[in-house]
Ligand binder design. Structure first.
Ligand SMILES: NC(=O)c1ccc[n+]([C@@H]2O[C@H](COP(=O)([O-])OP(=O)(O)OC[C@H]3O[C@@H](n4cnc5c(N)ncnc54)[C@H](O)[C@@H]3O)[C@@H](O)[C@H]2O)c1
Length: 255
């Protein structure tokens, strides 16, 4: 188990990709802090699943778009599990709005939940890792849309584009501390975020047809990439993004 005795914090960790990441890191031996905003019963269930794998799990309810709550999350992680080795900035939402119809409230909530939380999550985790003196891994769950325009979802693209430069710049700044900062850019993944599309047979068929591998991915197929990036095998990867998109970025401009 390559992550034995490591401590990982996963934001937005009780559903979709975050839940799969929490389980995969636990499978590799890490103890997990599951941040969540809602559905405490799902967190309790996930804690039981992680415990059954032989790892410790601590659920912490916090709205990571608010700095004091994010700070409390980091402090609780250290108080309960002693350290932080892996920070996964995963929490995210989308507004599915265009430039012309986005409200200030929609802009603020998408940018605060996706980008501000990743910025300060990186800052706070890095400060803790520097204090520990043993390096660390910060993994930002971005999207193909960190690079690839999606008309009708502009605030989301903006937030993921910001995470792209957060990853690159923080990766360079933190390299002297052996803290590696990497983005993981998923394509289309079967999670609650995509439920409406996937439950519509015509839209689901169109999406699958646009993906060279012919299907959307399972959240577990992103979690295994994150686990690799958190482990010893990824010791020379920083300040970049690894895409796991079934080839879609190379084949379907403007989807
Ligand atoms: N599903 C996809 O196709 C896809 C593709 C590319 C990137 N992503 C990214 O993957 C990440 C996870 O998304 P998902 O697909 O698993 O969807 P999801 O809706 O299941 O997960 C998002 C999680 O973030 C949490 N969250 C939202 N606001 C929060 C806040 N203020 N504080 C704490 N937690 C908060 C939600 O409660 C939820 O658990 C997101 O960053 C998303 O942008 C998803």
């Amino acid at each position: 188990m390559s992550l034995k005795n490591k401590v990982a914090v996963v934001t937005g960790g009780n559903s979709g990709i975050g839940k799969a990441i929490a389980l995969e890191l636990a499978r590799q031996g890490a103890n997990i802090v599951i941040n969540y905003r809602s559905r405490p019963e799902d967190t309790a269930d996930l804690e039981r699943q992680i415990n059954a794998l032989g790892s410790q799990a601590v659920g912490v309810q916090a709205d990571v778009s608010k700095l004091p709550e994010l700070d409390r999350l980091i402090q609780t992680a250290v108080a309960k599990l002693g350290r932080i080795d892996i920070m996964v900035n995963n929490a995210g939402i989308e507004s599915r709005t265009s430039l012309l119809d986005t409200t200030e409230q929609q802009y603020d909530s998408v940018l605060d939940i996706n980008l501000k939380s990743a910025f300060f999550g990186t800052q706070l985790a890095a400060r803790q890792m520097i204090q520990q003196g043993a390096g660390g891994r910060i993994i930002n769950i971005t999207s193909v849309h960190e690079d690839w325009p999606m008309p009708g979802n502009l605030p989301y693209c903006l937030s993921k584009g910001g995470m792209r430069m957060l990853t690159r710049t923080a990766g360079v700044e933190l390299a002297p501390h052996n803290i590696l900062v990497v983005g993981v850019g998923p394509g289309a993944i079967a999670t609650p975020m995509n439920q409406a599309t996937l439950q519509n047979p015509a839209q689901a068929a169109k999406l699958n047809a646009a993906i060279p591998l012919g299907r959307v991915a399972k959240p577990e197929e992103i979690a295994t990439v994150v686990a690799f990036l958190a482990g010893d095998g990824a010791s020379y990867i920083t300040a970049t993004t690894i895409f796991a998109d079934g080839g879609i970025m190379q084949s379907s401009p403007g989807l």
